[in-house]
Write a protein that binds this ligand. Structure first.
Ligand SMILES: [Ca+2]
Ligand SMILES: [Ca+2]
Ligand SMILES: [Ca+2]
Length: 145
């Protein structure tokens, strides 16, 4: 539950989505749950060119290639973890990276969102595809909480 209203919400990764002219830059869409199930009302979309989200949308980033909803901050609202396995890190091709966007009462917010990549944590980066599989049992690209 991302917004704390008691109804489960669904994050859907759309890694094949173009952002402007940048093919397969990718995005994540949050669909909010309500009394009668999931609804498009109040749906939110985030990508690397969303204000406040670290990074820049580039062709082939595959942002949203994996998603997970997990309360990282411990406030009872699920937060979005999203991977972009096609993210290049400088000259390192497909090093990949992972983002965290916080859940608040209105849904997800890009404010204070953070990104980590293998270089940040001292892990091997070349073609690491970091963030390729975050989804646990929910299957690739979608997460419910
Ligand atoms: Ca909810
Ligand atoms: Ca990027
Ligand atoms: Ca939280």
């Amino acid at each position: 539950d991302v917004n704390g209203d008691g109804y489960p919400d669904l994050a859907v990764g759309v890694p094949g989505e173009a952002i402007g002219t940048k093919k397969k830059a990718g995005a994540v869409v949050l669909l909010k749950g309500g009394r009668s199930g999931l609804t498009g009302t109040g749906a939110q979309a985030f990508h690397q060119d969303t204000t406040g989200v670290p990074g820049v949308a580039e062709a082939g980033d595959l942002f949203g290639g994996s998603t997970r909803l997990l309360d990282v901050t411990g406030d009872g609202k699920a937060d979005l973890i999203a991977g972009a396995p096609g993210e290049d890190l400088g000259t390192v091709v497909n090093g990949g990276a992972v983002w965290m966007l916080r859940g608040i009462s209105s849904g997800l917010t890009a404010s204070k969102s953070v990104a980590e990549n293998p270089t940040d944590i001292g892990a091997p980066a070349s073609r690491a595809l970091f963030g390729l599989n975050l989804s646990g049992d929910n299957g690739p690209g979608t997460a419910v909480s």
